[in-house]
Design a binder for this molecule. Structure first.
Ligand SMILES: [Zn+2]
Length: 217
């Protein structure tokens, strides 16, 4: 697998620091599962962060810290996150989908547009980012679109291309409200991606505006 498109350093730093939104964290982790180069970079960041923490001077604890912890022990517990089920999507069904994602719960495939379907991934923790699988048929020309928020795309199988280049298995694509693009899926194989999307997808052009009300993305 030859990976040419990676998350930028800031996204990887956000992943290492644990500051990303949960849905975005899943997208970056999906890329890391396929990309040794980014995994090495994140490992260095985590080691650097750990070394900095260990050099911080010790801070005195508050005199009421112990009482505070004791009072928390008697508080009612918040509901447990959604239980993870045994792998609910098999490797053969969605090649390239990391095992940790396959253990999440999935919605049903939903028709989005001709030759395009999406399948929601039900995250175990709340997130402002929706995560879903997007399956596009061979040769599909997606409608030109832009975003009202951030969109991260991890290619699992197949390939597409747009103004930013060609994206194959393992590649990571980033879109935001400054990017308008019109992906075209390669001929010969359908393309399946994991997408983490904030905000709304905005379709450009007359046809896009006509079908936008029917879109469920
Ligand atoms: Zn990478």
């Amino acid at each position: 697998m030859s990976i040419e498109h990676h998350p930028d350093d800031l996204m990887l730093a956000g992943f290492a620091a644990g500051t990303l939104d949960h849905g975005q964290h899943v997208a970056i982790a999906t890329h890391l599962a396929a990309c040794p180069k980014c995994r090495d970079f994140v490992r260095v960041l985590e080691q650097t962060g750990g070394a900095m923490l260990s050099r911080l001077p010790p801070a005195p604890m508050s005199s009421t810290a112990f009482e505070h912890i004791q009072s928390r022990l008697t508080e009612p517990m918040s509901p447990a996150p959604i239980a993870l089920s045994p792998a609910s999507v098999s490797e053969s069904e969605i090649p390239g989908l990391p095992e940790f994602v396959r253990r999440y719960r999935f919605g049903k495939w939903i028709w989005v547009a001709p030759s395009v379907h999406m399948r929601p991934i039900l995250l175990p923790h709340p997130s402002d980012t929706r995560v879903f699988l997007l399956r596009s048929g061979s040769g599909t020309k997606m409608l030109e679109h832009s975003h009202s928020g951030v969109e991260m795309t991890c290619v699992l199988s197949g390939a597409f291309r747009h103004e930013g280049g060609r994206f194959g298995p393992g590649d990571f694509d980033f879109g935001d409200d400054t990017v308008d693009h019109q992906p075209v899926v390669d001929d010969g194989q359908e393309c399946i991606c994991l997408v983490a999307m904030q905000g709304e997808l905005r379709l450009n052009g007359l046809v896009g505006r006509l079908i936008q009300p029917f879109l469920r993305l």
